[in-house]
Write a protein that binds this ligand. Structure first.
Ligand code: SF4
Ligand code: SF4
Length: 314
């Protein structure tokens, strides 16, 4: 089984599902949303991150780099075309300004690490969330990790972009999941392709099939799973009335009663800078601001008018 790189394991999270949770972020995503809140999770491979604020200008990295990729005269500091990702500079950096994004961890290592917080999960109704990137990109690994977590009696939650092979997902991962947060971003197919890199037909189809399957299973009294659609509110891209009405209509037609709306977080610009990734919205003023309380209320109203309650957790 091929193991993905782990971006981070975040403990004590209150934002990624019910209760206190550990969040395991796996690297790699089939989509490339321009506003991605975790841009360092998009690529499958390891990356070099440079945090200019943390740099103390000691020069240790410059002298150790074997290919001369680091230079004070370069406004970006790192010449990404020249860098061979040997990470020698990371070892030499005393301030942590240079860091490696993505590390190998076995399933045993992940389970041992997150199991330590089981008493907190149990006391708070929490558990472990698999996030990314897109965990379903690593179906076999993610399924085995979930199986092991369930073996430990830990509540499991998946955050997914919905772009997966349905039958494989239903057979391999679904049996070990308690909850699924399923992102629905843009209803219009062309627009979805423009902003997220791929059309949304598979995603919408997967959501509808999963909703139906879970409803049937839950009604039959079998393994209970909670499915919560989530819409990220991105200024002038997903938060417009036309898109929200279309998504609300899609959900209402399926009989969905609850959904989440994710408030916009402009901190992704800084994360994009650190890994030297292209940001087409660097100069877009609207995308550097938080969404106003009024706009959030309006977005919520579009859903409630269609009989869909907007919730934080299911
Ligand atoms: S990762 Fe290696 S090649 Fe890249 S900047 Fe650091 S030392 Fe140089
Ligand atoms: S080693 Fe770290 S702190 Fe020193 S110059 Fe390089 S990035 Fe800055």
């Amino acid at each position: 089984m091929k193991a993905p790189l782990v971006l981070e394991i975040k403990g004590n999270s209150l934002d990624d599902g019910p209760g206190i949770r550990s969040v395991v972020f796996l690297k790699g995503c089939p989509l490339s949303c321009v506003w991605c809140h975790n841009p360092e999770s998009m690529k499958l491979s390891a990356e070099l991150s440079f945090d200019a604020q943390a740099c103390i200008d000691c020069g240790a990295c410059i002298s150790i780099c074997p290919v001369g990729a680091l230079s004070r005269s370069n406004p970006l500091f790192v010449d990404r075309d020249r860098c061979t990702l040997c990470f020698e500079c990371v070892e030499a950096c005393p301030s942590g300004a240079l860091s490696r994004v993505g590390k190998q961890m076995s399933i045993d290592e992940i389970v041992n690490r997150v199991s330590k917080d089981k008493p907190f999960y149990d006391n708070s109704g929490g558990g472990v969330t698999l996030s990314g990137g897109e965990p379903t990109l690593h179906m076999e690994f993610a399924a085995e990790l979930l199986r092991r977590l369930k073996q430990e009696g830990i509540h499991t939650l998946l955050e997914t972009c919905g772009h997966f092979h349905f039958d494989n997902f239903a057979a391999q991962m679904l049996p070990y999941l308690d909850c699924i947060f399923f992102d629905l971003k843009i209803y219009d197919e062309d627009s979805h392709k423009d902003y997220c890199g791929r059309p949304n037909t598979l995603i919408l189809d997967n959501f509808a099939r999963l909703h139906q399957l879970i409803e049937q299973d839950n009604a039959g009294g079998g393994h209970r799973v909670t499915l919560l659609p989530r819409v990220p509110l991105i200024p002038n891209i997903t938060d417009n009335d036309e898109n929200l009405h279309a998504i609300a209509g899609f959900l209402a037609d399926l009989g969905v009663k609850k959904a989440a709306q994710l408030p916009y977080n402009p901190l992704w610009h800084e994360k994009t800078r650190k890994i030297g990734a292209h940001n087409p919205h660097e100069d877009n003023e609207a995308m550097h601001k938080w969404l106003s309380r009024e706009r959030e209320q309006h977005c919520k109203q579009v859903f409630t008018e269609r009989g869909i309650e907007v919730v934080h957790n299911p």
